[in-house]
Design a protein around this ligand. Structure first.
Ligand code: RM4
Ligand code: MN
Ligand code: MN
Length: 403
């Protein structure tokens, strides 16, 4: 290839990279900035966010550095302890101040004592009603904040065989989801998240994508499935689940994180970046095939040991890089090879994109958009982490979140 051809080739690739990144937004979670821990304890960080304002401030930093995170997911009781209503004006002001909008609203159906035996699946009708009421309030909060997705994760389940009627609980859950769905505004969506185990260790009421799909269908036309990448048994083929949910039009969004053993909430791509690539490829391929899709990308990570803002920046950068790698698969060529069953050629075309080093181009895109070429370095140089550690000074130890 001559020099000119190479340049042309490179700029064509850069155009594809830019188109892919222009379309890529990923939501970050407020709980990723607060102190968290394991069930054995919490290690408090001086710079951890203790108020909703501090969470918006941190989210604003991540967005400024990466150019990809314009929304912040809120967890109702952790961020809006009063349950919402009176906090709307404050949240709106924070959105303006930090240049980040409210993203998905996450009801909290697991931390109150009443939920010991479940929330929407509790055998006690009064508890179910209370839980439903909280979901409805979260839906209304979403309306007031102009946020589209209400993202539902239940800790419901049981720990010992024979102690609960799994079937009765399905019925109660369907009923509640239908009632909640009835309260959605036309533009809102209800996302149903699944998880195989934890905190329940015998049965979980929404344990996998099949159950989540059935429940979302029963709820109504604005309900979809949310795939949290950490919520699968080891070895499960997540991209195949994604392919099914795309095929059936039931994919609503993702909670991204990585895992080695269970729901570890590790940094995206830190254990298995190829899996993230395979998942992203399904999305790109679906788009290439003209599938109608509306998929919310969200991060669900809460770091116990890493610095929170650094970890979030690192995650978003990783997401941008792997998203771009997957965008570089030549879809037309790949389908030709697939149809010919040219296995080695197809696999090479696929994994060739995975192995290409896109980092300089992703950095160039960020620079072009007023973000940082090297966001981690820029974060370090900004002194932001030291500043919040000084200002917040470890107040976060007592704040509600995991553990
Ligand atoms: C769960 C699940 C939910 C998250 C809670 C805090 O494992 O991933 O999405 O909101 O944790
Ligand atoms: Mn999740
Ligand atoms: Mn989880």
């Amino acid at each position: 290839m001559g020099r000119v051809d190479m340049k042309q080739g490179e700029s064509a690739v850069f155009e594809r990279v830019c188109a892919a990144l222009d379309a890529f937004r990923i939501e970050i979670p407020s709980w990723g900035f607060a102190n968290t821990g394991t069930r054995f304890g919490k290690f408090a960080q001086a710079g951890a966010a203790t108020t909703i304002e501090e969470k918006f401030a941190d989210a604003g930093q991540v967005n400024r550095l990466t150019g990809a995170t314009p929304t912040l997911a809120l967890h109702v009781l952790w961020d809006l302890p009063g349950g919402g209503a009176h906090d709307v004006a404050e949240v709106r002001a924070l959105e303006r101040r930090y240049g980040v909008r409210t993203g998905s609203i996450n009801p909290n159906l697991f931390q109150d004592q009443e939920y010991k035996f479940g929330s929407l699946c509790n055998p006690d009708a009064a508890v179910r009603e209370r839980a439903l009421d909280h979901v409805i309030k979260s839906i209304e909060l979403g309306q007031q904040l102009g946020s589209r997705d209400v993202s539902l994760w239940l800790a419901d389940g049981s720990n010992y065989p024979g102690t609960q009627s799994m079937r009765a609980r399905i019925g109660w859950l369907e009923e509640a989801l239908r009632a909640a769905h009835g309260r959605l505004a036309p533009e809102q969506r209800l996302l149903v998240e699944y998880k195989p185990f934890e905190p329940a260790f015998y049965h979980t009421d929404i344990a996998d994508w099949g159950m989540a799909t059935e429940l979302a269908r029963a709820a109504g036309p604005q309900a979809r499935v949310l795939v949290d990448t950490g919520h699968h048994y080891a070895g499960q083929n997540i991209e195949q689940i994604v392919a099914w949910l795309l095929h059936t039009g039931m994919l609503g969004g993702f909670h991204f994180n990585d895992r080695r053993y269970a729901d570890d909430d590790l940094t995206l791509g830190s254990i298995d970046p190829y899996q993230v690539f395979r998942i992203f490829h399904e999305i790109h391929a679906g788009k290439g095939d003209g599938l109608e899709m509306d998929v919310a990308f969200m991060i669900d990570q809460s770091h116990n040991l890493k610095g929170k803002v650094e970890a979030m920046v690192q995650t978003v950068v990783t997401a941008q890089e792997i998203w771009v790698k997957a965008a570089l698969v030549d879809g037309v060529e790949l389908s030709r090879l697939q149809n010919e069953c040219a296995l080695v050629e197809a696999e090479e075309a696929f994994r060739g994109a995975f192995w290409s080093d896109v980092r300089p181009m992703v950095a160039a895109w960020r620079e072009k958009h007023g973000a940082a070429g090297d966001p981690l370095k820029a974060l370090r140089e900004s002194g932001y982490v030291e500043k919040i550690a000084r200002e917040r000074g470890g107040r976060g130890a007592a704040v509600a979140s995991y553990a």
